[in-house]
Design a protein around this ligand. Structure first.
Ligand code: OAD
Length: 234
């Protein structure tokens, strides 16, 4: 019997690696208005400020490591025998990618909000790998989906949701659409829905089960139960 799993992750899964979340009081937006650093209009108005903001985030990636939750999902992707596993992340860090590279499952991760380690040519839209700083007056911008822009890989994500049997939402507050609506898509296809988060998200009532706690504790424990056949997926 095929049992496909789609996993949505947000900033909470990287919090214990030392990457700040967005909406905590000391969060990433603190000190900046979202419009300033996460919109095309903000970039046009002040490219130096925006490039500096993402240059700092990109440099910070060298100082952080995937945690037990990232590694547990990479293990699940490698060892799940009953169907497909797809991780859809809103995070622009590369912590899932690093963990999945270790289990040979890097192609199981989609970055719907873009990636810090990629650059986009402003004129042509061409995307390339990028590890250093970006200049305020250069011809590339961060490959990040800003507010008002279209998230990436949506067709593939909705296809996977339509064929999913288990939907997990990990470390996301449920504030930002379309990601916050994935749970409803999954329910429509009959999937069991489970939230693993530090606190109930905005859409918590749409989940069949809620497991509250830090990601590095609750995610590895849940993955072990899945791999041991202890969780019944309808
Ligand atoms: P938020 O900062 O909105 O939410 C983070 C969630 O993680 C909250 O519900 C926290 O309770 C939870 N959390 C914090 N620490 C945790 C831990 N150790 N273990 C488990 N959960 C924890 O971040 P997102 O929901 O990811 O978009 O934000 C969504 C999008 O909003 C981001 O991708 C970004 C932002 O605007 C773009 O940049 C396009």
């Amino acid at each position: 019997m095929v049992r496909n799993i789609v996993i949505l992750t947000g900033a909470g899964i990287s919090a214990e690696s030392g990457v700040p979340t967005f909406r905590a009081s000391d969060g990433l937006w603190c000190g900046h208005r979202v419009e300033e650093v996460a919109t095309p209009e903000g970039f046009e108005a002040n490219p130096a400020l925006v490039q500096d903001f993402y240059n700092q985030r990109r440099r910070q990636l060298a100082l952080v490591e995937p945690n037990a939750a990232h590694h547990a999902l990479a293990k699940l992707a490698a060892e799940w025998q009953h169907g497909e596993v797809l991780v859809v992340t809103q995070n622009v860090d590369d912590l899932h990618d690093r963990a999945h590279a270790l289990t040979g499952t890097a192609d199981r991760v989609l970055h719907m909000h873009g990636e810090l380690l990629k650059a986009r040519q402003i004129e042509t839209g061409q995307v390339s790998d990028w590890t250093g700083d970006m200049a305020p007056d250069g011809d590339v911008r961060p490959h990040i989906v800003w507010f008002g822009e279209m998230p990436l890989d949506m067709e593939r994500i909705y296809e996977a949701l339509a064929e999913s049997h288990l939907f997990l939402s990990i470390g996301t507050s449920g504030n930002v659409y379309p990601a916050a609506g994935f749970v409803q898509e999954a329910r429509r296809s009959g999937a069991t829905t489970v939230e693993l988060n530090l606190e109930p998200s905005l859409g918590h009532s749409l989940f069949n089960e809620k497991i509250l706690g830090p990601a590095t504790e609750v995610v590895p424990a849940y993955v072990e139960r899945l791999l041991n056949g202890e969780i019944k997926i309808i």
